[in-house]
Write a protein that binds this ligand. Sequence first.
Ligand code: NAD
Ligand code: UD1
Length: 340
Amino acid sequence: MNILVTGGTGFIGSHTIVELQQAGHTAVAYDNLCNSSTVVLDRIEGITGKPVEFVEGDIRDQEKLTKTLKDFDIDCVIHFAGLKAVGESVHKPIEYYDNNVGGTVKLLAAMRDAGVNSIIFSSSATVYGEPTKLPLTEDMPKGQATNPYGRTKGIIEDILSDTQFAYPQMNVVLLRYFNPIGAHPSGTMGEDPTGIPNNLMPYVTQVAIGKLKELGVFGNDYDTPDGTCIRDYIHVMDLASGHVAALKALKPEGGLSIYNLGTGRGTSVLELVNAFMKATGVNVPYSIKPRREGDVVACYADCSKAKEELGWEAKYGIEQMCADSWNWQQKNPNGYRDQA
Ligand code: NAD
Ligand code: UD1
């Protein structure tokens, strides 16, 4: 199939393109490069041996999107493009709603105009809010997001559901990611956050390499076995293969499907730090800091629906995630920046 990958030069999009190409699909990356670099396109080609078509463009540019969808005879869109910094979204809600929500509306209009009926969307476990029951299943009601970024995900899910209802021939797949970490095992592709990382794993790898002094563990007085928060970390390559599985399962008659993509296993902050030190042999100094506002105590997925309906399940464990994140960090201490 011909796939338009919005946000295709970003962290998850780029790893997904590797899996798409290796499964025999043709991927066209569409990105405005606001949080990524074209260096990754060479890295993808280095792994798969296949060049990646790239269109530099914004998802709010409906005309350019429509033209791209037609020019490349696109069968399905995988929609990763969006702004994702939780803290920033609190201070820049207009930019977040414009980019994520407004951009998705333009994308849907372009798809309608170009006659493209299938879309797979990057949603997040954040739409569940504070879990009332664990593990989380897709039929649980959505909860209160704690920030504008999280709310954009819930709103976009609603927009996509309404659109599928109005155009029943459309295929809409909402993939709710848990916590993606890790990197391509080659060490040539990985996560490249700008500035000081907000998320746990990139912070850990930057402490390990000496760029940051110590990790702050946000709270050790939660109601969990070691007092730190629990998350469902998933290797980015598993997440990438989840998209290929979702493509394969698109229904010719159209429909709306929702899947959790996680491992189903919860890992606490301290367990992750210890697993990292064990997998890499590198010490990660840390100290306990106050709780971070908006954090949920524990969040992990029931992934049986994806297993039954997509034939997909995560293969990699936490040790591999740590080893691959570290391999990437060591080989690219400044991410893609030195090589642009
Ligand atoms: P990323 O920032 O690495 O990738 C997003 C890409 O989208 C970037 O390359 C950026 O340049 C591009 N982009 C942003 N706005 C755009 C626009 N208006 N037009 C064109 N391109 C634009 O982020 P990621 O971690 O790869 O996340 C991909 C998607 O998955 C996002 O929608 C994110 O919200 C979602 N998600 C990520 C996580 C996570 O932990 N990384 C968890 C759940 C959901
Ligand atoms: C966060 C976002 C979520 C987003 C996801 C991926 C919040 C409240 N949630 O999820 O909306 O989809 O990132 O971008 O920001 N931790 C530390 N020290 C650190 C960093 C993190 O102890 O320096 C802890 C956190 O308190 C949390 C765990 O590590 O318990 C995981 O944090 P993080 O990687 O930011 O992911 P989430 O909070 O799950």
